[in-house]
Design a protein around this ligand. Sequence first.
Ligand SMILES: N[C@@H](CCC(=O)N[C@@H](CS)C(=O)NCC(=O)O)C(=O)O
Length: 312
Amino acid sequence: MANYDYEIVNGRKIRVRPKETVSEIDKNGYFRRQPNHFTTPFGDGENDLKAEGNKRYRLVWAKLCHWSNRAAIARELEGLEDQISVNMVEHAPHEKNLGWEYVYNENNIDPVFGDQFLSEAYYRADDDYQGRTTVPALIDTTTGKVVNNDYNWLTTYFEVNFRPWHKKGAPELYPVELREEVDKMNLWLFDNINNAVYRSSFSRSNEGHFDGVNTFFADFAVPPADAKGRIEGEEDGFRASTHYDLALPKIDWDAQWKVSTERAYLSSDPTHPIYLGNNRRFDIDPTWYDLGAESPKKEEKETPPSCGCCCG
Ligand SMILES: N[C@@H](CCC(=O)N[C@@H](CS)C(=O)NCC(=O)O)C(=O)O
């Protein structure tokens, strides 16, 4: 077992949260997100998690976390409030950063598990788990162990596997005919928006930071484009949006727009680590997590010489 740092809180030995700015940074200073650790799916397979209502599972989420908001929203939309219980966490000041804590409960103790920190359920599941203990987390109340923190698919399990427990008239959030499209959209969202924010914030080099920033801004404010990718009111406008590539992968946008979209970084590029073709489970190239690996490099662009006066 690795060496861990602990703090004693109310007589509990609580492990100090690992710092992403140390453990998830590659040698070029890029942020490389830890893989999800508890990814066993719900299903009929021998080793799959078994869906069950009656509050067998407890969802832990936090207001500030977009991924966990999604799980909490899906649970309520489908009317699973009486079937999957819920609790919320926040960070609270301690000498060291101890991660998510049940600050909304009396004495900061979750009444079901008797835990003060979410990490306690993570380490019950895997005592040598080295990553950050994140929300959303689904905990099995029969064992008190985290069984799934796979934010992308958790919502889908609520929609598909927990269907027998949905309220009457619950919306179908993952209709069969749209699943492929929804999956693609989720991939795009992960790569270009949600995780781009992390890449811009936690990178420890300018390159890594701007890689995140540029990805985010290239794709966030996507104005509506017509079928050819043209944006109304912009004569030469085009959108370097990964979503279009994922949704309409057969179109060569560069040829279409007769202009280079400089896509080297985005997930339409087979060399991009998130490029997955039709793979549904984020089977990202394992070297993406290898912090010793080379980060992708953008080609340097020549900066036009300035006039040396007011233009700087
Ligand atoms: N499960 C994912 C994504 C979920 C995630 O990153 N959640 C963030 C909040 S948005 C979190 O719980 N962070 C807790 C922490 O870093 O201590 C992961 O392991 O990276």
